[in-house]
Structure formats: structure tokens, C-alpha cells
Write a protein that binds this ligand. Structure first.
Ligand SMILES: O=P(O)(O)OC[C@H]1O[C@H](OP(=O)(O)OP(=O)(O)O)[C@H](O)[C@@H]1O
Ligand SMILES: Nc1ncnc2[nH]cnc12
Length: 182
């Protein structure tokens, strides 16, 4: 876990716990109070973008990939902060041109993710951005999609990791930066 400075710590404290959503037994982590606070959003986006920088502070990635839909909210501003483009990884049937697709299991349910086949160039280095790493199914599927495009996954940055689920093991060798582990 990254050491949170005071601004980041205050931002992460805004995440709300909602028991039994979207189904009994799930403790849902609601990031909307954090998103609604400008300073908190700014601190979190800067910390996520830092995962795409080298030791000298310069960007080391060519693109940021964000997973629908909460990964869009954090990934697009992180791409802007890094000065690189953003690639949406969407749920099935939303992208209009030729796609690669991968199906996966969620903490609650199942889904298929897709990316446009020409969204990345072979050899592109990419940073994956999402709000929550839970079972790791979403990240694993996105790594597979990036690799189908010929890209190299530099790492994954998430706001929050659910430490009681085996997300990191599922993701495997790809480096994971989590601003908070619960
Ligand atoms: O590690 P996993 O078990 O795969 O779970 C994490 C994913 O679950 C949530 O997305 P969800 O599919 O609920 O979509 P949403 O962002 O549109 O709410 C979350 O935003 C992550 O993308
Ligand atoms: N418990 C949880 N809270 C919020 N988003 C999630 N995505 C998967 N599991 C989640």
C-alpha cells in the first residue's frame, strides 16, 4: 500500500461502507462521496497517476486503460495528468468496431469486457486503472485484453484493494498499486 499523505488520507476516509449491496453479504465500498469532493478527487487522481511515472517523475506509459464504469471516472483524469491517451475497456456490446473480448467472474455475478482491436499499438506500455480490486477478475481480464492487442502491462493502480479476497494472486505478476487496503 502507498503511504498516504494528509490529503490522500482525508480523501480515502470519505469512502462509505454500504452493507448488503448489491446483494446480501456484500459490503459495498461507495466512492461517490470522495468523487464529490474536489480536493479528495484531485489527491486520488494524482496518486493513481503516480503509478504511471518513473523515479524521475516522468510518465513511463503510453496509454491508460480504464474499466467500465468506475475505472473511467479515475482513469481518464489520470491519463490527462500523465499527458497520455485513455482507452475505455467496456462491458460487452458497447464498442462499435472490431473488439477483443474476455469473460470473467465478479464478486457478484459475471461479465464480459471488450476493447477495440486497434486501441493499442504492439509494444505500447499501459497502466490499468480501476476503483476496486476485489476478486481480481476484472483486472485479469483487462490484462488479457491488453496482451491480445500486443501491449505490455506496466501495472495496475486502484483506489482500494479488498484484502480479504485473493485479487493479487489472481492478477499474478503484474505490479498492483493500491492507495488503500481494507
Ligand atoms: O476484482 P473484481 O472482483 O473483478 O471486482 C472489481 C470490479 O467490480 C466493480 O465493477 P462492476 O463490474 O461492479 O462495474 P461498475 O464499475 O460499472 O459498477 C469495480 O468497479 C471493479 O471494476
Ligand atoms: N465490495 C465492493 N464494493 C465496491 N465495488 C466492488 N467491486 C467488487 N466488489 C466491490
Amino acid at each position: 500500500m502507498t503511504d498516504p499523505g494528509p490529503g490522500l488520507e482525508a480523501a480515502l476516509a470519505l469512502i462509505a461502507d454500504v452493507p448488503d449491496f448489491p446483494e446480501p453479504g456484500i459490503l459495498f465500498k461507495d466512492i461517490t462521496p470522495l468523487l464529490a469532493d474536489h480536493s479528495a478527487l484531485q489527491a486520488v487522481v494524482a496518486a493513481i497517476a503516480a503509478a504511471g511515472r518513473g523515479a524521475d517523475g516522468r510518465p513511463v506509459v503510453d496509454k491508460v486503460l480504464g474499466m467500465e464504469s468506475r475505472g473511467f471516472i479515475l482513469g481518464a483524469p489520470a491519463a490527462l495528468a500523465l499527458g497520455v491517451g485513455f482507452v475505455p475497456v467496456r462491458k460487452a456490446g458497447k464498442l462499435p468496431r472490431a473488439t477483443y473480448a474476455v469473460s470473467y467472474a465478479l464478486e457478484y455475478g459475471e461479465a464480459t469486457l471488450e476493447v477495440h482491436q486497434d486501441a493499442l499499438r504492439p509494444g505500447d506500455r499501459v497502466l490499468l486503472v480501476d476503483d476496486v480490486l476485489a476478486t481480481g477478475g476484472t483486472v485479469k481480464a483487462t490484462v488479457e485484453l491488453a496482451e491480445k492487442c500486443g501491449a505490455e502491462v506496466h501495472g495496475v493502480a486502484v483506489l482500494m484493494e479488498l484484502g480479504f479476497l485473493p485479487g493479487r494472486e489472481t492478477v499474478g505478476a503484474v505490479p498492483v498499486t493500491a492507495l488503500l487496503t481494507v
